[in-house]
Ligand binder design. Structure first.
Ligand SMILES: [Ca+2]
Length: 138
C-alpha cells in the first residue's frame, strides 16, 4: 500500500477502493534465545509483525534472574539480533538465567507492549573442564 500522507503520529494509506485509513494498532514482537548454553556469550534475536504501516524499530529489555528488574538493552534499534555477553551489557555468569523481551514500533508511532514475564530466557550451565571427561576404551 502506498502512503498518501504522513502526519507524524498517523500515517494515511490509499486503498484500491479509495478509502483512507490510518494505523492505530501496535505491532507485535518477541525475542528468542537459546534455552541454555555453557558459553558466556550467545545470540539473542527478535522479530515482529505489523499490520498496515509496517515496523520501524525495536526495543529490547533484559532481566537477570526471575526476580530481577527489567532494564533497557536495545532502544529504537533496527537490528534484529545482538550478541549478549560475555561482559556487555552485563557480566554473564554460570548458574544465572537471563530473560529477554522485545517490543516494536510502527511507522505511525504505535509501540507494542512487553510481555510481563518476558519472551524467552537463557540458562548458563557450568563450564565443564575437558580434563574431567573420561573415555573408557574396552
Ligand atoms: Ca500498526
Amino acid at each position: 500500500m502506498a502512503i498518501t500522507e504522513d502526519e507524524g503520529d498517523r500515517v494515511w494509506f490509499g486503498t484500491n477502493a479509495g478509502v483512507e485509513m490510518y494505523d492505530t494498532t501496535a505491532p507485535t514482537a518477541s525475542a528468542s534465545s537459546p534455552d541454555k548454553t555453557s558459553e558466556d556469550v550467545f545470540l539473542v534475536s527478535w522479530s515482529g509483525d505489523d499490520a498496515t504501516s509496517g515496523l520501524v524499530s525495536y526495543d529490547v529489555q533484559l532481566r537477570v534472574g526471575s526476580s530481577g528488574t527489567w532494564q533497557d538493552w536495545q532502544t529504537a534499534t533496527t537490528q534484529t539480533s545482538a550478541t549478549f555477553g560475555p561482559a556487555d551489557p552485563v557480566a554473564v555468569q554460570d548458574g544465572h538465567t537471563y530473560y529477554f523481551r522485545a517490543c516494536a514500533r510502527d511507522r505511525a508511532g504505535n509501540v507494542g507492549l512487553y510481555a510481563p514475564q518476558g519472551d524467552c530466557s537463557t540458562y548458563i550451565e557450568a563450564h565443564v573442564a575437558s580434563a574431567m571427561w573420561l573415555i573408557w576404551i574396552p
